[in-house]
Design a protein around this ligand. Sequence first.
Ligand SMILES: [Zn+2]
Length: 295
Amino acid sequence: MYSDEVPELPEVETIARGLDKRVAGDIIESVWIGSKKQVLKSSAAAIASTIEGKRILRVHRAGKHIVFDLEATGEQVSGKKRKGGSRVESRRAASLQTAQWIVHLGMTGRMVVCEAAEEVVKHTHLIAKLASGRELRFVDPRMFGKLSVHAGGFDPGGIEPLEATEEQFVALFKGRKTPIKSALLNQKLLRGVGNIYADESLFRAGIRPRRRASKLTLAQLKKLYGAVQEVLREAIALGGSSVSDYVDADGEEGFFQLQHRVYGREAEACLVCGTAIQRVVLAGRSSHFCAKCQK
Ligand SMILES: [Zn+2]
């Protein structure tokens, strides 16, 4: 329907939790990386050398990124562990043993956990063989997804909307002359909020997407803070509202869908007042709002 339907924070959270449940504790024995460079933010050699032989400690979300926390397996680090080393040294040794594998799904990226015997579908760009006999595969037909590795402490920038305090949230928009919708989508301010949940949050807060962020009152920003939290938490509770071409960690298609009140409902009646929902294009993206409920 719209080209901007990509996994947002709740979907990525759902996928990361699903992956954590399935692969945490498993070891990446070896990795195959395809020839398509578009999906590689780190080089194939760097990805292979960083993730091969590592145990997956946990899988979690940072913004819209899936983060695999990795640690070297016992055999590899045994030589590095020294008895009687100072605390600083042992801490440094610990940090050398950890690494992170970062997956950004882009628009159509999927992480699939399956048996090794399963057919490798078209557009598979990476296959990690796991010690359990299963495989973790990254599939992405449109290749807007990105794979990278980090030494640890990956920071996608911005603040986590669900961890931000009301004061932190309000401070983000002070003096910003951009439309509030654009500010909500700015990943350097808030990480993980995309088009759908920005529209839904603005509707619940009664704020039009084009309003300048700097013109909003403190009361409006506080209301928006509450709305963002509410919308994201509801969507996570429902398992992410899927409107795009991706599947969860089991390869299962589809999530429960949060009922969108404005997003994708152009010309339909507002669920609150019956006014036709309008759609405007703001910075190249569709914004949906009710002209009566939102000021
Ligand atoms: Zn309305």
